[in-house]
Design a protein around this ligand. Structure first.
Ligand code: F0G
Length: 481
């Protein structure tokens, strides 16, 4: 993908795969969509799939699997202990990361729990380029604190900077100088999720690793979105043009003490785990696996998923496979820009990100612009995105609202799932919404859980703006869904 030039000059990504199994989708009418989002408490996590046309909530656990992954699932070796499947998975990890030890966990956040319980205590400070919701929740639950050290460019939504996920090395050095004894590890998040799937450069990863080594601090990479990050290193980092994806992966892994991941993303399956070459760290964490996850050779995962993961990890070394997501996202981002819609640039991995603060500047951050936009995009097109703004933050200890640095609506691009015409439909409905943006209002909480509120909190519109949006849709689209 990516190298194919069209004679007619069109610049579109060309799929290097074919569909063998499909799932029928329904598109319910706009009135049902408005009713469905109200039933879901204006929280897209609470929508039911039967009401959704394009599920762009996440790329987690919903990527299309390959024929080879499905075939591998058939030979999975089920046993409580010592399964051959586990050996195949650890071999695959050793092959790509060069790691000798692997602790399986049922998904990424379970790996985060093991890491946090092992290393974080009250007063701990964990420097990272940027937090992820579940990561931060585990750290703060144990009395630790997250320090975000992403470069200033990282939170600029409109930028040309190719590696917006990079650490600010000076800030890192200054923090270590001050707090060395309170820092159990540094966390590097590949394909930085909450700022728009933005990558770290290999150069920056190595520099962070060198600083950590000088100071005797452990480095931990969250590799959940590594596949997109690898694509960007290969295509955007001059010194890496001639390196293979496998070589880049190995250089990253060699610079890290620990690599953990959600295999719902990396490896296109479902599961997760922690890989390391350091026996001392492995032994420190090991006993938590049977306690929280399951025996050491499955860690709460189905062996079928583990087989699929082993194959999926290997397929991640193929540029044709890992470029599909970023190229579709780049296409969607480019089309939206052509239509004047404010999106995060440069296009990152994971999904296309609408910038809610610019899309609806009249909605105050206290009224959750990214959350409102998520409900509006759903009403406009049956498209489910994910709020990545203030709703996804936790309140401060004193109960005050922690306003997010960016208010984004993420429209995830599960890999090899959507066709280009579906992406075009999404662009069309978002453009309509943008032209009618003055109709969009805010939201307020009616039920607010104290932790990870974005998952199951319920909200309501601050006025009848959604009814007005439905009326305008019917005026403009008539009988069309
Ligand atoms: N780290 C990153 C960077 C993630 O994106 C995720 C999940 C996790 C850790 C946790 O992994 O879901 O397997 O427990 N991100 C999903 C998303 C939820 O939609 O972005 P998990």
């Amino acid at each position: 993908m990516g190298k194919i030039k069209f004679y007619l000059g069109e610049e579109i990504p060309l799929e290097l795969h074919k569909a063998k199994i499909v799932q029928k989708l329904d598109l319910v009418d706009v009135e049902r969509r408005a009713a469905a989002i109200a039933e879901a408490g204006n929280n897209t996590f609470l929508l039911k799939n039967k009401d959704i046309f394009l599920d762009m909530l996440t790329d987690s656990g919903v990527n299309a699997m390959s024929d080879n992954q499905l075939a591998a699932m058939m030979i999975a070796d089920d046993s409580y202990a010592g399964s051959a499947t586990f050996t195949r998975l650890t071999d695959a990890l050793k092959d790509i990361f060069g790691t000798d030890y692997f602790l399986p966990a049922h998904q990424g956040r379970a790996a985060e729990n093991i890491l946090a319980v092992t290393f974080v205590k009250k007063g701990s400070i964990i420097p990272m380029n940027y937090h992820f919701t579940t990561t931060k929740a585990h750290i703060t639950r144990l009395g630790g604190r997250v320090e975000e050290l992403v470069i200033d460019e990282g939170i600029k939504t409109d930028s040309e900077y190719p590696f917006k996920g990079n650490f600010d090395l000076e800030k890192l050095k200054a923090l270590i100088m001050k707090e060395r004894d309170n820092i159990p590890f540094i966390r590097l998040e590949a394909g930085t999720n909450l700022i728009g799937g933005q990558p770290l450069s290999l150069e920056n990863i190595k520099a962070v690793s060198a600083i950590a080594k000088e100071n005797g601090i452990i480095t931990v990479m969250d590799a959940s979105l590594l596949q997109d990050n690898l694509y960007f290193i290969k295509t955007r980092e001059e010194q890496c043009r001639n390196k293979s994806i496998r070589e880049i992966t190995r250089e990253i892994a060699d610079a890290m003490d620990i690599i953990y991941f959600s295999a719902r993303k990396l490896g296109f399956a479902r599961g997760g785990g922690i890989a390391t070459n350091r026996e001392d760290l492995y032994l420190k964490m090991r006993e938590l696996v049977p306690m929280f996850e399951g025996f050491l050779t499955y860690g709460g995962m189905s062996v079928r998923e583990m087989e699929a993961m082993a194959v999926g990890l290997e397929e991640t070394m193929d540029m044709d496979v890992i470029s599909q997501g970023p190229l579709f996202i780049e296409y969607m981002t480019r089309e939206l820009i052509k239509n004047g819609v404010p999106v995060v640039t440069p296009a990152g991995g994971l999904g296309c990100h609408l910038n809610a603060l610019e899309f609806i500047p009249h909605v105050r951050q206290e009224e959750y612009p990214a959350g409102s936009l998520a409900t509006a995009v759903y009403i406009a097109g049956g498209i489910r995105g994910m709020e990545r703004g203030t709703v996804s933050e936790q309140r401060e200890e004193d109960g005050s609202e922690h306003l997010a640095a960016v208010e984004l609506l993420r429209l995830a691009m599960p890999r090899r799932v959507f066709t280009l015409s579906q992406v075009k439909y999404a662009v069309d409905r978002i453009k309509w919404l943008y032209d009618n943006r003055s109709l969009i209002g805010g939201l307020r909480f009616v039920e607010e859980p104290s932790s990870l509120r974005f998952f199951f909190g319920r909200l309501e519109p601050t006025s009848d703006w959604q009814d007005r949006l439905v009326r305008k849709f019917k005026e403009d689209f008539g009988d069309s869904l």
